[in-house]
Design a protein around this ligand. Structure first.
Ligand code: SF4
Length: 280
């Protein structure tokens, strides 16, 4: 069985940066260091960090003093202000690409645009972008919600960094009929698009596709959806123990890809486990 591993599998720039900032803080030995929410959407990394002394807190109010590390997909403007008001030391590990989407939402708001965010409104990154975009705002992940939107003078569009380019294009197309003036910022992260293209290419060549990454990781879930559309024998797993030998029956080529928040050691274990199926 041939295994094709995506070259782009593993940490992206923003996740690498955030995790290394968090582990640096852990090494400093300060006992009162916390992340606000999980630093990245990967339970294995969160556990490692907890053993190194950096605990997860869900809310700024749970932190009395010390250092708070802001995760790669950012926090809301209000959370950031509350942390500063409480006198906490803030280590901002927000990915610069997410920061850019937040800043552009604020710019659109300041310039009087009705802001359309293309994304999943429950995702923390989108919640953070919303907080910068003011009150004239809507979050959509398909064209349906836009169809009932009344016409606006000016619409400005930004996207969750993990959105697919095709979805952004479809929504922008719908916005064209809704506004006299339309301003679009393509805030989709390049790392996401490259990962998606490469996974798509691999899924076309294999009989089974394994997507490795946290179940709460938006970009991993998206990779799994893309691959499943091409190769129905696609499986999203978090760790090697979830692999099922039955998936590989009659399979000549298997593809492995991983989300941007999946550590290499987790993907390596998956590859090694698949290799072991051949020997037995
Ligand atoms: S996928 Fe892109 S936007 Fe998201 S953390 Fe990684 S580099 Fe940043």
């Amino acid at each position: 069985m041939e295994i094709i591993l995506a070259k782009t599998a593993g940490f992206c720039f923003g996740v690498k940066r955030a995790t290394s900032m968090a582990f640096q803080e852990a090494e400093s030995g300060n006992p009162d260091t916390y992340t606000l929410g999980s630093i990245i959407h990967n339970p294995q990394v969160v556990e490692k960090l907890a053993s190194a002394g950096v605990a997860v807190k869900k809310d700024v109010e749970e932190i009395g003093h010390g250092t708070v590390i802001i995760r790669s997909h950012g926090v809301t403007l209000q959370e950031m202000e509350r942390a500063k008001d409480k006198g906490l030391r803030v280590v901002d590990a927000t990915c610069p690409f997410v920061k850019k989407a937040q800043d552009l939402a604020a710019l659109l708001k300041d310039q009087g645009y009705f802001v359309v965010i293309v994304g999943d409104e429950e995702h923390p990154e989108v919640k953070s972008i919303i907080s910068y975009g003011g009150k004239d705002i809507v979050v959509v992940n398909s064209c349906d919600k836009l169809r009932t939107l009344p016409k606006k003078k000016k619409i400005g569009v930004v996207a969750q960094t993990t959105q697919s380019f095709d979805n952004l294009k479809a929504i922008v197309n719908e916005c064209l009929g809704k506004a006299g003036e339309l301003r679009i910022f393509n805030t989709i992260c390049g790392a996401t698009a490259i990962r998606q293209d490469q996974s798509r290419d691999i899924a076309e060549k294999v009989d089974c596709m394994i997507v490795v990454g946290g179940y709460s990781s938006a970009n991993t879930k998206r990779l799994a959806e893309i691959c499943k559309e091409i190769q129905p024998n696609t499986h999203h797993i978090e760790v090697a123990d979830e692999l099922d030998r039955a998936w590989f029956k009659g399979v000549k080529r298997v593809g492995v890809t991983a989300g941007a928040s999946t550590p290499d050691w987790v993907t390596d274990e998956v590859v090694e486990r698949i290799k072991s199926y051949e020997v037995k």
